[in-house]
Every structure is written in structure tokens, then in C-alpha cells.
Design a protein around this ligand. Structure first.
Ligand SMILES: Nc1nc2c(ncn2[C@@H]2O[C@H](COP(=O)(O)OP(=O)(O)O)[C@@H](O)[C@H]2O)c(=O)[nH]1
Ligand SMILES: [Mg+2]
Length: 285
């Protein structure tokens, strides 16, 4: 998504999604399996009220499988049904969705109407096309061109809306913003690309220390500071400007590799990274 998020955008997105949600019976919430907490929208709970909800951890093919297991356990204790989505496993998706819906009282005279919601770039259009078994929604950057509405029949009892609900990303949390930026979910943020590259170097050195030296063939003596490492990556890849390394380009190289899965299966956060919810404070006696 080549747009920044400003309060005006968020306000409109909130109005749009509130209206859209009024017309549906249940919601499939898409989050990115590499950063399931940072890619969720904290207000969704409030927005969907008591409606049935299935949380799908998408792009699992890029995530660290060991970390994905931790996330599945984490969400299970939170009582939200979740599914780790591997690229084309629509069968599992429909089955668990039917189960989630069966636990609620919904209109029996017609099929339940389901909507896919999630932040930009999380894979909503891709999933709609997959479930429809044809190309309905545009994938990638272009804004959706809404043609005649089509109903996508999932089962006798469930239809999917062909237009997803767009949620705004969690940008007020600095760590979440870095993870989202590194994953490619948000572009053109206030954060400099070189900064995102530096954050990514620091993150990888801490969590996946073998990855950078292997991929970029770095020696032990490249230095210990993150920006030295980013510089070394740039040098290896010919990202040079007069007087040194172009850190912006070096960051681009690293981030493109990360997003394309060329650094291996990497998750950008684990349940342990999530701060516990603030305690509910009551007035002192
Ligand atoms: N690796 C991987 N990429 C995916 C998956 N789902 C979607 N994508 C890619 O993520 C990008 C955004 O997908 P899109 O469906 O347009 O996201 P939307 O903005 O939520 O509608 C595209 O480049 C897709 O090809 C997935 O399960 N795995
Ligand atoms: Mg889309």
C-alpha cells in the first residue's frame, strides 16, 4: 500500500468497516503469521462485538514454524479460534469456519455472510481469489476496482463477500511499526528505510544470528555495530556512493531478501515480545 496512514485515513477506515460489518454474520480476521500481534487491529474486538470470528495466521509459508506453534497456543488461551494458513489449505479453513459459526445463533433461513478483514497487504485479496477459485480481487498494490458484486459460495450454509474490510495498522506502538515496516506491510512511513534496515540487522543478529553472515558472506571482523553490518551488506552487494556505502540501498537489499523469504523462515515477534495488558486500575480508597 503506497499510502501513509494519517488520522483522517483511520477515521474513514473505521467508518467504512463499521458500516460493512453491520451487514455480515461472521468475520475472518487475517493477520500475518510472522507478526500476528503487530498486524492485528486492536479495535477489532470492539468493532465486531460478539460476532463469530476466526483468526487466520496468513503467510505461514514465510514464518518460523517453531514460533508459529507458540502463536497458535497463545491465541488458543485467549479463546479466539485460530488457524495457521498454509497457502492453499482452503479445506481446513472452511471446516474450522463452519465450526466457529455453529457455536453461535445465526439466521437459519439463509446462508451466513462472511467477510475477510485485515490490514493492507496481509493477503485478503489473495485469499478471496483462492476461496472463489477464480480471480475476483486484485492482488498487490492497485486499489480494488469494484465490479458487480459476486457472492462466493463456500458451503451450503456460508457465503463470502467479494470485498474485504480494510483495517488500519497499529502505528502508535513503535516496535509494532518497525516490525510492520520490516515485513513490508507498511510503506512510506515516517521511518527512514535505513533505520528499518538497521532495526532488521539488530533483530536478526539477536534472534537468527547465523542468517546475515551466511547470506552475505560476511567475516567476523566486519565490526560489531549494526550499522557496520548494514554497511558490509551494502559493500557486498555493490550499494556504493561516493565516499562510502549507500545505506538506503543496502537496507533495500536486506528487506527485499527478508520479505521474499531468502533469509529463511523468519518470524518477527514471539508471544514473549508482547507486553502484558495494562492492569485495570481502580480508584484508590
Ligand atoms: N508468501 C506469501 N505471500 C502471500 C500470501 N498471501 C498473499 N501474499 C502476497 O502478499 C501480497 C499482498 O497480497 P494481497 O492479497 O494483495 O493483500 P491485501 O492487501 O490484504 O488484499 C501479494 O504480493 C501476495 O502475493 C501467502 O500466503 N504467502
Ligand atoms: Mg487487496
Amino acid at each position: 500500500m503506497a499510502i501513509g496512514w494519517y488520522p483522517g485515513h483511520m477515521h474513514k477506515a473505521r467508518k467504512d468497516i463499521t458500516q460493512a460489518l453491520n451487514k455480515v454474520d461472521a468475520v475472518i480476521e487475517l493477520v500475518d503469521a510472522r507478526l500476528p500481534h503487530s498486524s492485528e487491529n486492536p479495535l477489532l474486538n470492539k468493532l465486531i462485538g460478539g460476532k463469530p470470528r476466526l483468526r487466520v495466521l496468513n503467510k505461514a509459508d514465510l514464518a518460523d514454524p517453531a514460533v508459529s506453534i507458540l502463536w497458535q497456543q497463545y491465541f488458543r488461551t485467549g479463546n479466539i479460534n485460530n488457524l495457521l494458513m498454509h497457502k492453499d489449505d482452503t479445506h481446513a479453513l472452511k471446516q474450522i469456519l463452519a465450526k466457529v459459526i455453529a457455536g453461535h445463533e445465526l439466521p437459519v433461513s439463509r446462508a451466513s455472510r462472511i467477510m475477510i478483514v485485515g490490514i493492507p497487504n496481509v493477503g485478503k485479496s489473495t485469499l478471496i481469489n483462492l476461496l472463489a477459485d477464480r480471480k475476483i480481487a486484485k492482488v498487490g498494490n492497485e486499489p480494488a476496482v469494484t465490479k458487480a458484486r459476486q457472492e462466493i459460495r463456500l458451503t451450503d450454509d456460508m457465503v463470502l463477500l467479494d470485498t474485504p474490510g480494510i483495517l488500519w495498522p497499529k502505528l502508535e506502538d513503535q516496535q509494532a511499526a518497525y516490525r510492520l515496516a520490516a515485513s513490508g506491510a507498511i510503506r512510506n512511513t515516517a521511518i527512514e528505510l535505513a533505520d528499518i534496515g538497521m532495526w532488521t540487522v539488530a533483530f536478526l543478529r539477536q534472534r537468527y544470528p547465523a542468517v546475515i553472515p551466511q547470506r552475505y558472506d560476511l567475516d567476523e571482523d566486519e565490526g560489531t555495530e549494526d550499522f557496520r553490518i548494514l554497511e558490509a551488506i551494502g559493500r557486498r552487494r555493490g550499494c556504493l556512493v561516493r565516499g562510502g556505502v549507500d545505506l538506503h540501498k543496502a537496507a533495500e537489499v536486506l528487506l527485499n531478501d527478508l520479505r521474499a523469504g531468502k533469509l529463511g523462515l523468519i518470524s518477527l515477534e514471539t508471544p514473549e515480545d508482547i507486553p502484558p495488558p495494562a492492569p485495570v486500575t481502580t480508584a484508590d480508597e
